[in-house]
Design a binder for this molecule. Structure first.
Ligand SMILES: [Zn+2]
Length: 375
C-alpha cells in the first residue's frame, strides 16, 4: 500500500485499526444469473494520529447502490431530531436551509418546510446548512466540509449528523466499515476538522439510531465565545472512555469481527444440522462483509428477503445468496429469520406477523458470537 494521507488533515501518521481483507462493493447487487466472482477491493480502517479521524485507507471506485426503502426508524429519528433542534431555537421560521443528503435517503426538507424554513438550492448560502449522513460519502473530507461551511451565512449554523465512532467501538460494530463510507466520526475528530476551518461545535444531541447517532451544531469560532456546551463535553468524555483516539482500543473492532463472523458461521451450521430452515431479512450493506467473511452461501442461507424492489431478484454481493420479496417469509415458513438490521426489529415483527404465527422466530444477527442468542 502506498503512503496514506489523511482525508481531513493530510497527515501521514496513523494506524490500521481494522482490516476486513478484500470485499466487494456492498452496493453492487449482481443479477442472480451472474455467477461472479465479483470485483473485490481492500477494506481497511485507518485512524489518523494527527486529527483522530477514522477513515477508509484505500479508495475504491464502487458502483451506485440501488436505493433502499427508507426505514421507519430513520423517518422517526428525523422527526425527533427536528423537534429537538427547533426547541433549541436553531430552526426559526423564515430561515433558509441547505441540505446535503445521504444517498440512502432521509431528507429533512419536508419537516423543515412544515416549520416555515425555505430550501436553498444550487450552492446558495443558508442560515442552516444540514448534513445528514452525507459527509461520510466524500473521499476528500476537508474539501467537502469546506464546501458546506462556505454556505453558512454569518450567524448561521452547520448541523451535522453522524453514526458515532464511539458507538462503533463500544458496540463492536465492525461491519459499519464499508466501501463508499470514507469517514467514521468522533466528536473529537470533528472538533479538530471544524477548528481547522474556523468553526467550533456549540451543542449536540444524541439519538439511539444505529446504536448511537450524534447531531452536532457548529458555528464560527468568532460567534462562539462560550465554546462547546455540556452536551458536547459529555460526548467527548464518553469518547475518551471508549478510546476512539487510541488505536489499541479501536483495534478491538478486529476482535469483534472475528468473534461475530465465527458466531454467525457456527449458528448457520448448527441450524442446518438441526434441520431448521433459515431466511435472512434486510439486504443491508453491513451484511455484505459479514456474510462473506462467515463463508455463508445459499446452502447455509437460502435467501435474504428485502422490501426494496430495486434489490429483489438480485443476489448479495460476494456470495450466491439471492434477494427475494418479503412475501417469501410467509410462503417458506422459516424456523428462523436472521435480521441484518437490528433497528428494524419492531417494524418487521409488526409487518410480518406470519413469521411468529407459523412458529418462527426473529434472530438479531448482531447477537451471534456476542452474547446468548435471543429473539
Ligand atoms: Zn488527520
Amino acid at each position: 500500500m502506498g503512503e496514506i494521507a489523511c482525508r481531513a488533515c493530510r497527515g501521514h501518521t496513523g494506524h490500521l485499526v481494522l482490516d476486513l481483507g478484500e470485499q466487494p462493493a456492498c452496493d453492487y447487487f449482481p443479477p442472480c444469473d451472474n455467477p461472479g466472482p465479483d470485483p473485490v477491493y481492500p477494506l481497511q480502517m485507518w485512524l489518523c494520529s494527527s486529527c483522530g479521524l477514522a477513515q477508509l485507507a484505500v479508495d475504491a471506485t464502487v458502483p451506485e447502490e440501488p436505493r433502499g426503502a427508507e426505514p421507519a426508524a430513520l423517518v422517526a429519528q428525523a422527526a425527533d431530531a427536528v423537534r429537538r433542534v427547533a426547541a433549541a431555537g436553531l430552526l426559526p421560521a423564515g430561515a433558509r436551509v441547505a441540505e446535503y443528503g445521504s444517498p440512502h435517503g432521509g431528507s429533512w426538507l419536508g419537516l423543515l418546510a412544515d416549520r416555515g424554513l425555505t430550501p436553498v438550492r444550487n450552492g446558495g448560502r443558508a442560515d442552516v446548512v444540514l448534513d445528514c449522513f452525507g459527509l461520510m460519502h466524500a473521499a476528500d473530507q476537508s474539501a467537502a466540509l469546506a464546501e458546506r461551511l462556505a454556505r453558512v451565512v454569518p450567524g448561521g449554523v452547520l448541523l451535522l449528523q453522524y453514526h458515532s465512532l464511539e458507538t462503533i467501538v463500544r458496540c463492536g460494530q465492525w461491519n459499519a466499515l464499508r466501501h463508499g463510507h470514507y469517514a467514521y466520526y468522533s466528536t473529537a475528530a470533528l472538533t479538530a476538522m471544524l477548528a481547522a476551518q474556523g468553526f467550533c461545535p456549540r451543542t449536540a444531541w444524541h439519538f439511539t439510531l444505529y446504536g448511537g447517532t450524534v447531531l452536532l451544531a457548529a458555528k464560527r469560532d468568532t460567534e462562539s465565545p462560550a465554546g462547546p456546551d455540556d452536551a458536547v463535553q459529555e460526548l467527548l468524555v464518553d469518547e475518551a472512555r471508549a478510546g476512539v483516539l487510541d488505536p489499541a482500543l479501536v483495534l478491538g473492532l478486529q476482535v469483534s469481527a472475528r468473534a461475530h463472523v465465527k458466531g454467525l458461521h457456527d449458528w448457520l451450521l448448527a441450524e442446518r444440522s438441526a434441520g431448521r430452515t433459515v431466511l435472512g431479512y434486510g439486504a443491508a450493506s453491513r451484511a455484505v462483509s459479514l456474510l462473506r467473511r462467515a463463508e455463508a452461501d445459499r446452502a447455509l442461507l437460502p435467501a435474504v428477503a428485502d422490501a426494496s424492489p430495486a434489490k429483489q431478484g438480485l443476489r448479495m454481493p460476494g456470495t450466491n445468496i439471492p434477494v427475494v420479496h418479503p412475501a417469501e417469509l410467509a410462503e417458506r415458513r422459516p424456523d428462523s429469520v436472521l435480521l441484518f438490521l437490528a433497528d428494524l426489529l419492531p417494524e418487521v415483527r409488526a409487518a410480518f406477523p406470519e413469521v411468529e404465527d407459523a412458529g418462527g422466530r426473529w434472530v438479531n444477527v448482531e447477537t451471534l458470537g456476542r452474547c446468548p442468542v435471543g429473539g
